[in-house]
Design a protein around this ligand. Structure first.
Ligand code: C2O
Ligand code: CU
Ligand code: CU
Length: 506
């Protein structure tokens, strides 16, 4: 696949690959640069009037995500209702934006439960004419409770998701829809929420607070609506114009000098890679997708690919302004209109001269992570992209081991409780964040250009970026039987077929 060639030399010259999977009709094929979404990033489409994307108000006080109320009324049980439905949001003054929301809000309400809890959530799908599901991203829930595409909830129907939160499962998870062929759209229209499982005994001082920062990505048309995805969106994944934090653009947070804050950062965007730095502060990574690390690790910057999470302690030791800002990251953009990744201000912290209350230090050990040990099986998953022309348009394929997703096909049969080595090989021209349902894995090695490196520390992950040309080796063990999805978490790629099924058997 000669992606850059095709862009430079025109379509016909460089089209190769016969496996045509997703098919997009394109008019005016010979004049690709004039097409919406091809000649420029659609979100930066200047339009006839020469106006850029709408300006959003900035600098409002950071809103903590509202908690989903627990209706159980007894210890050890979390019971609630989540309805997915159409709603309106007001991102720009005097303009209503139709969105999808959980219980009327986007991001959805924050679910906070404890290790050992029994969870029972009734899902009401009130999206007109569309099936949906709720998938519990990263959580160790039974396969038939995990909102897989094989278990759609029809429009107008309800279903109960029930599961236990095992001891040791404390971590920063999230929930989002996963219906076949509609996940990408339902998520960018607003359906995603955070699910924090708290530890009964938490080593992180309570004085640091515990704040979820959920990043989503918004594109607004001039009339305030969210435009449909373009060809460029399908290829690269949909990237919007505004990265929002808890639904707000660059909100402000006020702290005293010397304050320490525990922040859980979520990349809930469809396709935006967030390389982040926090000016005028010291960042310490304390946790990954699946909970705390063994010990804190200082960090100058963080790469959070779509669906990844990181838990930080940030120390605000100098008065003034501390801004969380994006840095440039080249994830292999296909076509013209690569969005400007650098310099977006996501959060502004005002650090006052007034000293904060005294903060206890972060313990040097957070918990123990047992290495998964020697694998009994090893598997290789090769990610590729294809493009081809036919009479009706251009066809793109996002493949794993040469195949596109088929709900009726089991790709891998695994045994519950056995450790496996998975080698994720990215032979494509874009980065692909790899995700598996139902468990947390441990990355043990990365290889690029013939150079292998070990990760600096052990961590529980359910999503890992596999850069173009890179191989990531990970150890994985599924404890619970049933079919599990694995896929690229650029949701447009998942939707176009970059997904498979591992069937876990007892
Ligand atoms: Cu966020 Cu199939 O997952
Ligand atoms: Cu998932
Ligand atoms: Cu991908």
């Amino acid at each position: 696949m000669h992606r850059r060639g095709f862009l430079v030399a025109g379509l016909a010259a460089a089209l190769s690959g016969s496996r045509a999977l997703a098919q997009m009709k394109m008019d005016g094929m010979s004049d690709m640069d004039s097409m919406p979404g091809m000649g420029g990033h659609a979100g930066h489409d200047m339009g006839a009037m020469g106006q850029g994307p709408a300006a959003l108000p900035e600098g409002e006080a950071l809103r903590e995500l509202p908690l989903l109320a627990n209706e159980a009324g007894r210890q050890g049980v979390f019971k609630a209702r989540l309805a997915a439905e159409a709603a309106t949001a007001r991102f720009v003054a005097d303009q209503d934006t139709p969105i999808l929301a959980y219980n009327g809000m986007s991001p959805g309400p924050l679910i906070e439960a404890y290790e050992g809890d029994h969870v029972e959530i009734t899902f009401a799908n009130r999206i007109a004419g569309e099936p949906s599901t709720i998938h519990w991203h990263g959580m160790p829930v039974p396969a038939d409770q995990d909102g897989n595409p094989m278990d759609p909830v029809a429009a107008g129907a309800d279903r109960v998701y029930a599961f236990e939160l095992p001891e040791g499962s404390a971590g920063s998870y999230w929930y989002h829809p996963h219906p076949h062929g509609r996940t990408a759209e339902q998520v960018y229209r607003g359906l995603a929420g955070a699910f924090v499982v708290k530890a009964k005994a938490d080593p992180v001082p309570a004085e640091y607070g515990d704040t979820v920062l959920m990043f989503t990505d918004l594109r607004l048309a001039a009339d305030g609506s969210m435009p449909d995805s373009t060809m460029a969106d399908l290829m690269n994944g949909r990237v919007g114009d505004h990265v929002l934090v808890n639904g707000q653009k660059n909100p402000r947070l006020a702290v005293g000098t010397g304050a320490k804050r525990r922040l859980r950062l979520y990349n809930a965007t469809n396709a935006r890679f967030l390389r982040l730095a926090f000016a005028n502060t010291a960042m310490t990574v304390i946790g990954s997708d699946g909970g705390l690390l063994e010990k804190p690790v200082a960090a100058d910057e963080i790469l959070l690919s779509p669906a990844e999470r990181v838990e930080l302690v940030v120390a605000f030791d100098r008065s003034g302004t501390a801004t969380l800002t994006t840095l440039d990251y080249d994830r292999g953009w296909m076509g013209p209109g690569r969005p400007a990744e650098a310099g977006q201000m996501l959060l502004t912290v005002d650090v006052s001269d007034t000293p904060a209350e005294a903060m206890p230090p972060l313990p040097e050990r957070l918990r123990q992570i047992a290495p998964l040990g020697a694998p009994t099986v090893s598997r290789r998953l090769v990610f590729t992209e294809t493009m081809a022309m036919n009479a009706t348009g251009m066809e793109m394929g996002f493949l794993i081991n040469g195949k596109t997703f088929d709900m009726a096909r089991v790709d891998i049969v695994a045994k519950a409780g056995e450790t496996e080595l998975w080698e994720i090989v990215n032979q494509a021209d874009m980065d692909h964040p790899f995700h598996v349902h139902g468990t947390q894995f441990q990355v043990i090695e990365r290889e690029r250009g013939g150079k292998a490196s070990k990760p600096a520390y052990l961590a529980w992950k359910d999503t890992v970026n596999v850069a173009r040309g890179e191989t990531v080796r990970l150890l994985i063990r599924q404890e619970r039987p049933g079919p599990r999805m694995y896929h690229c978490h650029i949701l447009e790629h998942e939707q176009l077929g970059m997904m498979g099924i591992v069937d876990v058997q007892v």
